[in-house]
Design a protein around this ligand. Structure first.
Ligand SMILES: [Fe+2]
Ligand SMILES: [Fe+2]
Length: 403
């Protein structure tokens, strides 16, 4: 059985077993497998990379344009978000000093970004799964910052803790207690640093997932969830600690033994929710879709990894991410059973939007050397996207029989 078929079977089992526990009738046997795979209608993001811009996190600031800000083209007045996206205005600090010349690409930690001559990101550099930005226009200089009109969608990118719609990621600091076990990886210097940056980016997301599951475990208690869901949320948090350690260890090996780990994770704005509908809506995006994508991506990465120990570790992580996705589907199914069909339809709509809109982080590279270090090419990622859409569509169809 392919890993993708395994994922599909496990997630459908997660839904049907929860339905049985809630005394609901499962769907006819062929209902879940006859779901057509949705066409990949989402435009490819033009910016390469894992693409969480190193901008200020938290709520974007609002600024009025000042007379001193000039030289960047205004955002289009016709900028309109699709129905499923939320319009937003965001301002970020320019790069200082700005890169000289016209638009140029700059490789940074975990990102590859384009700037204009004023040090403002190209609007396309904001687009990506982990940013939650679907489309963007700008920049316009305002208040000394670079401002954009953006359309935000739920963030289907693993399950980092999300605050006000943005993943809350820790900065980096030199430390070795968040790294291990070590790996020996063979690659030339040109690809090593680029891959190290990508693994650091993943490590920060995994670290943020620890916080997400820690919060979820408390929220599940607040809504009186079954003990098995609370137990699995705690287990998932522990697994995310291991995932973060693995990613930091790979990055350390690729960057010549320099070990870094997370700085303190800011907790301002983090709140505990006790509204089951709100929790279920977020779970549909971040767990059902995000963790399914994460499982498929890790499995694919393990297949072409050149290091046997790393291949085995990535395969194990893929199974754990699959268990997180299954937890998400069980939680969503239980929530629909509690809340009834009207809210259930809202949750299913969120699932459809999230999977439709899941342009997972793009990647550059593309050579075997890149794959050999456990990274995926654009082609690989497109295949993951396609698989994830089909699997989530099948599970969503099964969930219809819960409400
Ligand atoms: Fe993880
Ligand atoms: Fe996970």
């Amino acid at each position: 059985m392919s890993f993708s078929a395994h994922v599909r079977a496990q997630l459908l089992l997660a839904v049907t077993s929860t339905m049985a526990a809630c005394n609901k009738q499962p769907a006819p046997a062929d209902a879940a497998v006859s779901s057509p795979v949705p066409a990949a209608t989402t435009a490819e993001p033009s910016a390469p990379s894992a693409n969480t811009p190193p901008a200020e996190t938290g709520r974007p600031e609002q600024h009025d344009a000042s007379p001193g800000d000039a030289g960047t083209k205004p955002a289009s007045k016709a900028f309109v978000c699709p129905q499923y996206a939320t319009p937003d205005h965001m301002c970020v600090a320019p790069r200082t000093p700005p890169p000289s010349g016209d638009m140029r690409g700059v490789q940074e930690v975990g990102t590859f970004s384009e700037y204009d001559a004023n040090g403002c990101y190209a609007a396309s550099a904001l687009i990506g799964t982990c940013t939650g930005v679907k489309t963007a226009a700008g920049p316009v200089r305002a208040g000394g910052k670079c401002c954009y009109e953006v359309c935000r969608v739920p963030v289907p990118c693993g399950r980092p803790i999300v605050v006000d719609g943005c993943p809350r990621l820790a900065d980096l600091q030199a430390r070795d207690d968040w790294s291990g076990p070590s790996f020996v990886l063979d690659a030339d210097s040109a690809v090593r640093q680029r891959a190290a940056d990508a693994w650091i980016s993943d490590a920060r997301m995994e670290h943020a997932s620890v916080a997400a599951f820690a919060r979820l475990s408390l929220e599940l208690m607040a809504v009186g969830a079954p003990s098995a869901l609370v137990e699995d949320a705690h287990r998932a948090a522990l697994q995310e600690i291991d995932h973060a350690r693995t990613c930091f260890a790979i990055a350390a090996e690729l960057s010549g033994g320099e070990t870094v780990g997370p700085a303190p994770l800011p907790m301002d704005g983090v709140r505990l929710r006790s509204d089951l509908r709100e929790i279920a809506l977020e779970t549909a995006t971040e767990s059902c879709v995000g963790e399914t994508v994460a499982a498929l991506a890790l499995a694919r990465a393990s297949e072409s990894c050149a290091s046997e120990p790393l291949r085995a570790r990535l395969a194990a992580m893929a199974e754990e991410e699959l268990s997180h996705a299954a937890l998400g589907f069980r939680l969503v199914a239980w929530s629909i059973a509690q809340l009834g069909p009207r809210v259930g339809e809202e949750i299913l709509e969120r699932l459809r939007v999230s999977v439709h809109d899941a342009p997972i982080s793009s990647a550059d590279g593309g050579a075997d050397a890149w794959r050999g270090l456990g990274r995926l090419t654009r082609e690989d990622l497109r295949a993951v996207e396609h698989d994830a859409r089909g699997i989530v569509a099948a599970a969503e169809k099964q969930l219809r029989y819960v409400g």
